[in-house]
Design a protein around this ligand. Sequence first.
Ligand code: ATP
Ligand code: MG
Length: 218
Amino acid sequence: MIDIQNLDKSLSGQKILSGITLNIADGEKVLFLGHNGAGKTTLIRCLLGEYRPDCGKVSVNGHPLASERVEALRKIAFVPQLPPPIRFTLNELFEYASKIGLCSIDKIKETSLYFGLDANAHKHKAFYKLSGGMKQKILISVAFSRDVDVYIFDEPTANLDAIGRDRFRELIGAPEMSNKTVIFISHRLEELANVVTRVIELDLGRVVRDERTLTVSA
Ligand SMILES: Nc1ncnc2c1ncn2[C@@H]1O[C@H](COP(=O)(O)OP(=O)(O)OP(=O)(O)O)[C@@H](O)[C@H]1O
Ligand SMILES: [Mg+2]
């Protein structure tokens, strides 16, 4: 499904990722661990085609990212660590997301409500004016409303309140997610311990641990 071969990436002249080779199969629930600055977000950016690797290859569903970017990314939903400063109102954002992500606006609103956020009450507000947790709830709701094969969540619960974190765990653990591939980057191991099937740890841009497990330990 996701194949990363010998990937190196430098930023501002500094080597950030070195020799990353990983194969992530359909249905795996992978937790990426690692200290702040280990290279987790940079790796995800390479996987999403936001960064071009110095060397190495990434392919998704057999589509090389370098030459078939659109096909490779079509079935991936991504929630970033830092929400972008989107100037659209929520109504405009939902319109846009429903067209680009091929999902229903009602489903996005329903999912937001499930997270404890009444999107209708904020529909004329610009996305960037929402609180950090509200932004995260909206982006997670858009992701869960899409029909994709792969979900990537970079620190998804960092700003969520208790209801939001509970709901996130419930949605991730739902039966319809069992055949989906999910990549989490999180420092909160305990929250995902029952869901993840594989733990990959990065340190100084290298993979230092790769375990298939149903029980996660720090
Ligand atoms: N645009 C950039 N230019 C230069 N260096 C960068 C850039 N983006 C990230 N880095 C550096 O790359 C290294 C890895 O950063 P990255 O964001 O991938 O870490 P991370 O593992 O996601 O950390 P965290 O747990 O804090 O989110 C850090 O040293 C960071 O300063
Ligand atoms: Mg990060």
